[in-house]
Write a protein that binds this ligand. Structure first.
Ligand code: NAD
Length: 367
């Protein structure tokens, strides 16, 4: 029997409520697909600050290092809002984890089930059939990290600020490789987003992506699109895309646009993959829901557990190579939605069920 080892970091707010559902779902998937989960729970975020004095306690980081993946809940909340920015739970927990595990690839599936099409702000003739797009975003390069980055006062008294956008071939190649692998599990279509009519980094991006996709898998259909056009096309006709491949800042913006057209944060998962491989030969990764800690509903037992379950499906797929089990979790969520069950966030004013009821329905459909 295969064993999968991961650290679970539930965090704050609804994090622990939805994490316990995801762990049950993984255990059930293990029974069906013959794998065993070994997982340990660790404090992170606000609860890390309360119990250990920092958002990412040393013991948590050490545990993550000894495991093959991280299943993350979400962190933050009103209690810690007044801390200095550098100590805020999100920044002080997620940034060091990204750095430690060199999490350079962010995968954000934008999935809208047809049954939930009313949640989308897009017109029914655009979103009525559902949306299924995967955004693959480079996460550690580009303008957010390039040096020099500074603000100075000029002789005439006005201020001048500078950010630098830098990309190296190797950075572009490794994210392209991730996009190619992801596309090969989908419709084998990649649209690479850039601004090659203006930016030097984009010219290099376009050239490197073209050459590598051709070399890795010539059967993949590769297109290129300027970022301003991509932003428009995403709301005009999202399903023209299969995999969107982007650099850091363009992906930051487009993946949030994708999330909003898909309706509910409670349904969206994400994966961040590292440069290193785990003990099973797959990428080390951090898997988390796209939403936050939802302080407005925390502790009420009504949070939507789907995003956390879908995040654990991504973990099975990318960090453990368990595609069948990942699909089974995704299908169990889909079938439950199809059956008409809804938590409050996706009920659109109709009847809603508790986290527990939603969880039982999903678990009973894992097959
Ligand atoms: P949020 O995503 O927590 O909540 C926005 C809205 O979506 C709320 O109405 C909430 O109830 C709803 N929602 C989100 N997830 C849901 C779920 N699973 N089920 C049902 N409803 C859900 O965003 P926010 O209110 O801006 O942030 C709250 C806290 O979360 C802040 O402290 C913020 O810093 C933190 N946050 C953390 C992360 C992270 O850990 N990666 C991400 C975003 C926000």
């Amino acid at each position: 029997m295969k064993t999968i080892r991961f650290a679970n970091l539930p965090g704050d707010g609804i994090g622990p409520e939805v994490m316990s559902v995801a762990l049950n779902a993984l255990e059930k998937a293990g029974e069906v697909f013959n794998f065993e989960c070994i997982t340990t729970r660790h404090d992170v975020g606000g609860v890390g600050i309360d119990n250990h004095g920092k958002a990412l306690p040393d013991s948590t980081l050490e545990a993550c290092r000894s495991m093959d993946a991280i299943l993350f809940g979400s962190v933050g909340g009103p209690k810690w809002e007044n801390l200095p920015p550098k100590e805020q739970p999100e920044r002080a927990a997620l940034l060091p984890l990204r750095k430690e595990f060199e999490l350079f690839a962010n995968l954000r599936p934008g999935n809208l089930f047809p049954e939930l099409a009313d949640l989308s702000p897009l017109r029914q003739d655009v979103a009525g059939a559902g949306i299924d797009v995967l955004c693959v975003r480079e996460l550690t390069g580009g303008i957010y990290f390039g040096q020099p980055k500074s603000t100075r006062t000029l002789e005439d008294g006005q201020k001048e600020a500078i950010d630098t956008m830098i990309y190296r071939t190797t950075e572009i190649e490794r994210i392209t490789e991730v996009a190619v692998k992801a596309a090969s599990l989908r419709e084998k279509r990649i649209c690479s987003v850039d601004k090659a009519n203006v930016l030097e980094t984009s010219v290099l991006w376009r050239q490197t992506v073209s050459e590598l996709v051709k070399k890795l898998d010539p059967s993949i259909e590769l297109t290129h699109m300027y970022v301003d056009n991509a932003a428009m096309q995403l709301v005009r006709d999202p399903n023209q895309f299969d995999v969107l491949l982007t650099e850091n800042m363009f992906g930051d913006i487009l993946s949030d646009e994708l999330a909003v057209i898909c309706g509910s944060l409670g349904m969206l998962a994400s994966a961040s993959l590292g440069t290193g491989t785990n003990s099973q030969g797959f990428p080390y990764g951090l898997y988390e829901p796209a939403g936050g800690t939802a302080p407005d509903i925390a502790g009420k037992g009504i949070a939507n557990p789907c995003a956390q379950i879908l995040s654990s499906a991504l973990m099975l797929r990318y960090s453990f190579g368990l595609e069948d089990a990942a699909l089974a979790l995704e299908n169990a969520v889909k079938d439950t939605i199809r059956s008409g069950l809804r938590t409050g966030d996706i009920a659109m004013g109709g009847d809603s069920v508790s986290t527990h009821e939603m969880a039982s329905a999903i678990l009973s459909r894992i097959a």
